[in-house]
Design a protein around this ligand. Sequence first.
Ligand code: SF4
Length: 162
Amino acid sequence: MSVLRLARTILRIGRMAAPATDAPSETAVGDQVLTGSVQVRHVDAGSCNGCEIEIGAVFGPVYDAERYGARLVASPRHADALLVTGVVTHNMLQPLLRTVDATPKPRVVIAVGDCARDCGVFKGGYGVAGAVSDVTDVDIEVPGCPPAPDDIVAALRRVTRR
Ligand code: SF4
């Protein structure tokens, strides 16, 4: 696609992002150091992938979490915050704990979805080690199965304070 054609397409479609809402009224979370810009690493500890679809939407053009200062990164070494989805399965327990350890402090852990919060529909399953808060400290919980993208964005805004 030529640059001219691309420019025409952008002008024709216009802005896709949903209008920005007021900052969440809930208490801000995290050290002041994290304010403004937060690098986020996602960890799937045993999800059904429903929560991942919503996280994909959160960082897509409509919900556009980057405009509030949250950005996905590929390594916990570069992250300030972890978005953890799913129950913690026995197979993912050690990788999750290593990922938490690899994330520099001050760090924020966000448990996304009912499975991450309290094991949800997988409670009592043979492969389940527990909820995220059973194995590491959790700063924010986002309820829902799956949670709405707006609620995940609101949790991220509690960290970025934007
Ligand atoms: S909370 Fe719901 S959508 Fe998310 S991993 Fe659990 S079952 Fe799947």
